[in-house]
Design a protein around this ligand. Structure first.
Ligand code: OAD
Length: 247
């Protein structure tokens, strides 16, 4: 077994307080496109056209068409071995928090709990006027764009768009989770979108051990204690089974 994987596994076995940050890479093996890289969504779509408040004001139908398309892809997707490994890891630990930038809900389907969704959730719609928010799993949506069940105004996906602020209470929860962990695992994120991009740095500066799993090198790889190159669906099952003999 790769030396880095053995080292990561030993560290995780020794330190039961873990905070995890995931990005689109963990869902790539479930068939959900990532944002950057060769086949990334941002190669074919401009974020300013479909993932900003202005874009929604200009053309809500266009924005909803894009989310409807993503809802179809994500609805077909199933959690992969990486998601399930984190569920197993959580069962073995006394203190575990999962911060995700993903809006696909696959961590929940896999069985993870204690999840902080930094960028919202694709399966929730929120009224642009009264703020009423509800789960909506319809694929396809009955109305496009959907209207609020309470006040009939137009509803939007309950996600965070570029140019929007993540609620402070969510940021606070992330900081508390980073502060209270011993190890931070950073999985499948390019580390270029704030505030997630700085979370590894915050962990390092507060004395935590940081382990990264990513197919590629990221701008922060050099700063972390261990940076493992590979697919999270293959690496996570190896490093998360901490109660099994690793010799
Ligand atoms: P990105 O698409 O920017 O990065 C995905 C990362 O996952 C890359 O570093 C890949 O190398 C890595 N990767 C791909 N497949 C992998 C695999 N099987 N195993 C491990 N790593 C793999 O996605 P995020 O970093 O999540 O925000 O993007 C952050 C935010 O930017 C998203 O939440 C979204 C986007 O714009 C908003 O829409 C607000």
């Amino acid at each position: 077994m790769d030396e880095k994987i053995v080292d990561a596994r030993k560290l995780i076995a020794d330190m039961p307080n873990i905070t995890v940050l995931t990005g689109a890479g963990i869902s790539a093996e479930s068939g959900i496109p990532t944002f950057r890289g060769e086949d990334g969504l941002w190669k074919n779509f401009r974020p300013e056209d479909i993932a900003t408040p202005q874009a929604f004001l200009n053309d809500p139908r266009l924005v909803w068409d894009w989310y409807e398309w993503r809802r179809k892809i994500i609805r077909e997707a199933k959690p992969n071995a990486g998601h399930f490994a984190l569920v197993e890891l959580q069962k073995q630990l006394s203190n575990f928090t999962l911060i995700t930038q993903n809006i696909d809900g696959l961590h929940q389907i896999a069985g993870s709990t204690s999840i902080i969704e930094l960028h919202g959730n694709l399966w929730q719609v929120r009224c642009t006027k009264c703020g009423f928010t509800e789960q909506n799993y319809e694929v396809p949506l009955r109305e496009l764009p959907p209207n609020c069940r309470q006040c009939k105004s137009i509803a939007r996906p309950n996600v965070v768009w570029f140019g929007e602020i993540i609620p402070m209470c969510i940021i606070d929860k992330c900081l508390i989770a980073i502060e209270s962990c011993q190890i931070m695992l950073i999985i499948g994120t390019s580390g270029v979108v704030e505030p997630a991009a700085s979370m590894g740095l915050i962990a390092k500066q507060t004395g935590k051990t940081v382990i990264e799993i990513n197919l590629d090198v990221t701008p922060s790889s050099g700063m972390y204690d261990i940076s493992i190159r590979g697919k999270s669906g293959e690496i996570l099952p190896l490093i998360c089974q901490i109660n099994k003999d690793y010799n």
